[in-house]
Design a protein around this ligand. Sequence first.
Ligand SMILES: [Zn+2]
Ligand SMILES: [Zn+2]
Ligand SMILES: [Zn+2]
Ligand SMILES: [Zn+2]
Length: 119
Amino acid sequence: MKKIKKILFILCSFALMSCGVKCETCHDKHEIKCTRCNGVGIANCISCGGIGSQMCYACGGTGNVMQMDYVTGGMRYTMCYQCGGLGRRNCLSCGGAGRTTCTTCHGSKKIPCPDCEQE
Ligand SMILES: [Zn+2]
Ligand SMILES: [Zn+2]
Ligand SMILES: [Zn+2]
Ligand SMILES: [Zn+2]
């Protein structure tokens, strides 16, 4: 009986040792560099993909819209007043900058270590 208890004690001390080993992912800082923005805190805008502009929904990106011609009674194309005929508009999410605060880390540049979360 005494022998078994001793073995159990050794096993326990081994387990405690492995518990004390530093987290390889975060080196016990419990946070790691944000993977989405790579620690910058700013990421490409999701809405426009970093371009800063979006297709104009009013004209479907053509820059022209169909409008009734009251003189002839037929349809004619006129310049889209929403985008000024460009077919593209500034992105509403980033205001045309193409970049926004990283939504994963909210600009803090760091995220909680996924390997320490269970603690
Ligand atoms: Zn960790
Ligand atoms: Zn955008
Ligand atoms: Zn337009
Ligand atoms: Zn981030």
